[in-house]
Design a protein around this ligand. Structure first.
Ligand SMILES: Nc1ncnc2c1ncn2[C@@H]1O[C@H](COP(=O)(O)OP(=O)(O)OP(=O)(O)O)[C@@H](O)[C@H]1O
Length: 253
């Protein structure tokens, strides 16, 4: 067995007295594309934040390629939930993407022409080059999401965490983002994505982590994405609907 890209052991987290995560343990292999699913309030965003030291863990440990976050943070990319970002911050799309390079540039140094060129290329890859000089507050939600993806890409990380990158984007943006995520996986990168659309889990992800305060199930999508695990995770808040000859799952939260 290869060294785990991510090893989470017995992690618990809370907001004041409200325990949100309890005894979360799992390992993720390099080169996998994992969907994190669970109902609203299950702790999915908190899990990402705790792994990235943006929220304190009460217990447990998290390592990436056997190293703590602090030692390896330049190799980790994060796309936060769109709603958690201050989009009024006065900056343009190209500068947001260039920020993804600050680990390499150094915070007090100015980006070189080559850095700007790399940022521009990442924007281009996301089909956003014509918006390079546009203030981020003047982009649509899907365009903002593409800019954040470009920022993560330019970083050329080994591990990526993305919090609902597909929320509220149109079908074309969804396909563009999924193409990029599958390319990252093909290059051997490890990607974990918080995801809400249960219908696309089997198409999009090779692994799935069912979370509801604790890990309900985790593993290869073909083995783990079952009615039983969906019921254990969502309780009564899912429905099976007959579409043609198949039953398809819908979340009704
Ligand atoms: N900053 C905060 N202060 C207090 N409670 C919080 C805070 N952030 C989240 N919570 C609570 O922690 C729980 C888990 O929230 P979290 O955002 O991690 O869930 P989630 O699974 O990502 O939910 P969703 O699918 O709705 O985005 C919820 O009950 C939420 O109300």
């Amino acid at each position: 067995m290869k060294d785990a890209a991510i090893h989470v052991e017995n992690v618990s987290a809370s907001y004041r007295k409200n325990t949100v995560l309890e005894g979360v343990t799992f390992q993720v292999q390099p080169g996998s594309l994992t969907g994190i699913v669970g109902p609203n309030g299950a702790g999915k965003s908190t899990l990402l934040k705790t792994m990235l030291c943006l929220h304190p863990a009460l217990t447990g440990s998290v390592t990436f390629f056997n190293q703590p976050f602090k030692k390896i943070k330049k190799r980790i990319g994060y796309v936060p939930q769109r709603g958690s970002v201050d989009w009024d911050f006065p900056t343009n799309a190209l500068d947001v993407v260039t920020m993804g390079l600050y680990g390499q540039i150094g915070w007090l140094k100015r980006p070189s022409k080559e850095h700007k060129q790399r940022a521009w290329e990442a924007l281009k890859k996301m089909g956003m080059e014509e918006f390079a000089n546009r203030q981020i507050s003047q982009l649509s939600g899907g365009q903002q999401q593409r800019v954040f993806l470009a920022r993560a890409l330019v970083q050329d990380a080994d591990i990526y965490f993305m919090d609902e990158p597909l929320a509220g984007v149109d079908a074309a943006t969804e396909q563009a983002i999924m193409t990029i995520l599958k390319e990252l996986k093909m290059k051997g990168k490890t990607v974990m994505v918080v995801h809400h659309d249960l219908q696309t889990v089997t198409d999009y992800f090779d692994h799935v982590l069912f979370l509801n305060g604790k890990v309900i199930a985790h593993g290869n999508t073909n083995h783990v994405f079952t009615k039983e695990n969906l019921a254990k995770t969502y309780g009564g808040s899912i429905q099976w609907v007959k579409e043609g000859s198949q039953h398809v799952v819908h979340s009704i939260e």
